[in-house]
Design a protein around this ligand. Structure first.
Ligand SMILES: NC(=O)c1ccc[n+]([C@@H]2O[C@H](COP(=O)([O-])OP(=O)(O)OC[C@H]3O[C@@H](n4cnc5c(N)ncnc54)[C@H](OP(=O)(O)O)[C@@H]3O)[C@@H](O)[C@H]2O)c1
Length: 370
């Protein structure tokens, strides 16, 4: 075994040596196995190893710096930039996660544009991002549930997950099921918990017929599949480009546009029991016009309209618990629910990622890979 050296296992040269040992020696060596696992799951460690092996090579980011999306004023996508920031330090009850994937959401674009200033004001410089999945690189005082190297998914409420590293309370994280891809895990929180809340809000029982607007979008694609899991007949309102996807995921596609009400009635001759709107107020009005009880109309976006007609408007906040996230992660891990990944972008292309999102024709999720 190699000499530990003056800084013990924290010495990158020592760790680099261990990894070389692991590569060169018998796999039965338990120590070598552990080091291989660490090497596979810890980009930070690998950066240290690389710099130890090539001390003369300039590294782009030192170990005590992280990178994070920032904006200093409300505006278009051009206000977004990636800043180098001090490496987050975990407070008591927190861990630092090296982010492997972080979903983006339309609400973040609205906050950045300032259109949600009354409800969700920004303070500048602002970060952004709730969804995240990654590998723990540091644990704060009192954390015994997670350790460095653990793979987790969850959420930040500090608008901070669009970054290479983020400090998060452990109460907002769960272990990532190994079957989940990083992209799906990093995109799960907002859409998973919102879909769960929306389906719960309309009290679905087996055999119900439920219409869903924006049925192939980030939230809608999960709503549709969760309804199918609960035994509902689903009418998925979308454009023709999503016919095949909706059919393959247990829904009957119904195209939006002129004549939609008639197409819905034709698709459900015995009536529609509930409506989940993932697009906007016109769909809430349509649901009322179709004779659906307001108690069984849910919108995740048209809050004022919901108030006007007595419909429900439950969002992710009401379902942001580890239990719900675990249930949704298990449904994805089991294959019962797919998180379609429309595109991935590196952190530096965050503006391009939002350009695609803001066209409002995404199937599933767009994910940043920091
Ligand atoms: N309350 C909450 O907690 C909460 C949480 C998450 C999201 N939200 C809000 O919910 C909304 C949906 O979010 P998301 O992430 O699902 O958005 P998204 O992924 O951007 O939605 C894109 C989808 O919208 C569909 N679409 C476009 N035009 C349409 C139309 N005229 N009628 C019906 N569907 C249409 C597109 O279908 P085609 O490609 O077929 O056109 C596409 O699949 C956003 O406004 C978001 O801010 C609220």
């Amino acid at each position: 075994m190699r000499d530990v050296g003056p800084f013990g296992a924290r010495n990158p040269r020592y760790v680099a040596g261990l990894i070389l040992d692991a590569i060169e020696t018998d796999a039965a060596d338990v120590h070598a196995e552990r080091v291989r696992e660490m090497a596979a799951s810890a980009p930070l460690l690998l950066r240290r190893v690389r710099s130890a092996l090539n001390p003369q090579k300039e590294i782009t980011m030192s170990d005590n710096r992280a990178r994070a999306v920032r904006f200093d004023r409300y505006g278009g996508r051009d206000v977004l930039y990636v800043a180098e920031i001090p490496m987050p330090v975990p407070k008591a009850g927190e861990v630092v996660v090296a982010v492997r994937a972080a979903g983006i959401n339309p609400g973040e674009a609205s906050i950045r544009a300032g259109t949600l200033h009354e409800q969700f004001p920004a303070t500048f410089p602002s970060g952004e991002g709730s969804d995240l999945a990654g590998v723990i690189t540091a644990v704060g005082e009192g954390v015994d549930e997670f350790a460095v190297g653990d793979e987790v998914l969850g959420f930040s409420w500090q608008r901070s997950s669009h970054a290479t590293h983020v400090a998060v309370p452990t109460t907002q994280l769960i272990r990532k099921p190994p079957q989940l891809s990083w992209e799906a895990a990093g995109a799960l929180y907002v859409v998973g918990c919102t879909a769960y809340a929306a389906v719960r809000a309309v009290n679905v029982t087996r055999g119900d017929t439920v219409a869903v607007s924006a049925a192939a979008g980030g939230v809608g694609s999960v709503v549709v599949q969760l309804l199918a899991v609960r035994g509902a007949h689903v009418l998925g309102i979308a454009s023709p480009t999503n016919d095949a996807w909706l059919t393959a995921h247990g829904a009957t596609p119904v195209h939006y546009g002129d004549g939609l009400a008639d197409r819905l009635k034709a698709a459900a001759p015995r009536g529609i029991d509930a409506f989940i709107d993932c697009f906007g107020p016109d769909y809430v009005q349509l649901a009322v016009d179709l004779g659906i009880s307001p108690q069984r109309i849910e919108t995740i976006i048209a809050f004022q309209k919901a108030q006007e007609v007595g419909a429900k408007s439950e969002g992710s906040t009401s379902a942001s618990t580890r239990d719900v996230l675990t249930e949704m992660a298990n449904l994805v891990a089991s294959g019962a629910i797919e998180i379609p990944i429309a595109a991935t972008y590196p952190l530096d292309r965050v503006a391009d990622a939002f350009e695609q999102l803001e066209r409002r024709h995404t199937r599933g999720k767009i994910v940043l890979i920091p």
